[in-house]
Design a protein around this ligand. Structure first.
Ligand SMILES: Cc1cc2nc3c(=O)[nH]c(=O)nc-3n(C[C@H](O)[C@H](O)[C@H](O)COP(=O)(O)O)c2cc1C
Length: 302
């Protein structure tokens, strides 16, 4: 598998604090940032500050951008290269209407391969680091033309492709189904979708894929990549990791903004544990740092 194990971009989740937690368990894996709009990046919009960072201290990290304007995408790619990204990933799979229909970006580029090619070319021209795309099988069941898009990506100078085994129409429903990788595909393809275990990785390896990318499998278990790569074991007390994560979030965003952001992580970390439903209800009401930490200490016996 060439050690090509990736943490997937997850908007609102794989921010700098979460990436730091993942990295602590799996120092050598590749991570991708949450998607960033080329418009907000180039225009330095305020809402972008949250997910635009300096990446120099983050190891092998790809910064993901989305947009439909080739020039702006090129400029955004350059900004991210200057911020320390090791490669640029272009979002060509996001199905949410704000991105795919209203902005003509993300998954929409699976419908417009000419524009997709122009965007890739402009990004490749603007940076001297690799450029990849992340896409899906196609727009819908009747248009599973991902191989054509891979061909365009290759012609336009992209270095590799991450492929989510669902169509845009499927969103996140049903199971991801990846076909055998055809032998005439010109680029390395990283398999994505419903991959959570070493057995899943071995399955996509047998299908001919060159790497594997894990998204939702990271929720509440950021050590999973490390366990798969053999660089860590499952932590004995999940609460210690949750507490560390909370501290990183508060350092990064401050307590007022950070505590509400941490709530979903608290739910994932505690899932399946005894009394977790009551714990979640209490977590969702707390706004004070000390109160939250006291509750976590009690719940996880820290
Ligand atoms: C909450 C959430 C946020 C996501 N954000 C992004 C994103 O910013 N960029 C992107 O390319 N894909 C995004 N995705 C898609 C994932 O990267 C991945 O392709 C998908 O979840 C399938 O992989 P998984 O089954 O391992 O989760 C997101 C998915 C979820 C559930």
């Amino acid at each position: 598998m060439n050690n090509q194990i990736f943490a997937a971009p997850l908007a609102g989740i794989t921010d700098k604090p979460f990436r730091r937690i993942i990295r602590q368990f799996a120092p050598d894996v590749s991570l991708v940032t949450e998607m960033i709009s080329c418009h907000s990046l180039v225009g330095q919009h305020k809402n972008c500050i949250r997910n635009f960072d300096e990446y120099g201290d983050e190891g092998n990290i790809g910064a993901q951008i989305f947009g439909a304007d080739a020039d702006l995408m090129g400029q955004a790619a350059k900004i991210l290269q200057d911020a320390g990204a090791k490669w640029i990933d272009i979002n060509m799979g996001c199905p949410v209407p704000k991105v795919a229909t209203r902005a003509g970006a993300g998954a929409f580029l699976m419908k417009d391969h000419v524009l997709a090619g122009k965007i890739i070319e402009q990004c490749v021209k603007s940076v001297n680091i690799p450029v990849s795309i992340k896409t899906r099988l196609g727009w819908d069941e009747a248009h599973k033309d991902w191989q054509d898009l891979v061909h365009v990506a290759h012609e336009s100078g992209a270095t590799f492709v991450s492929l989510h085994g669902r169509t845009r129409a499927q969103g996140y429903t049903g199971s991801a189904v990846l076909p055998q990788k055809p032998s005439n595909i010109e680029l390395p393809i990283i398999a994505n979708g419903d991959i959570k275990t070493l057995a899943d990785i071995e399955r996509v390896e047998k299908l001919g894929y060159d790497g594997a990318m894990i998204g939702r499998g990271l929720l509440g278990q950021p050590w999973i990549l490390g366990v798969i790569c053999g660089t860590c074991e499952i932590p004995k007390n999940v609460g210690e990791i949750a507490m560390q994560h909370l501290d990183l979030i508060i350092d990064y965003y401050g307590a007022k903004a950070g505590i509400p952001m941490f709530r979903k992580h608290a739910a994932w970390y505690s899932a399946g544990m005894q009394n977790s439903a009551q714990f979640r209800i209490k977590v969702n009401q707390i706004t004070d740092e000390k109160e939250l930490k006291d509750l976590m200490k009690e719940f996880w016996s820290l």
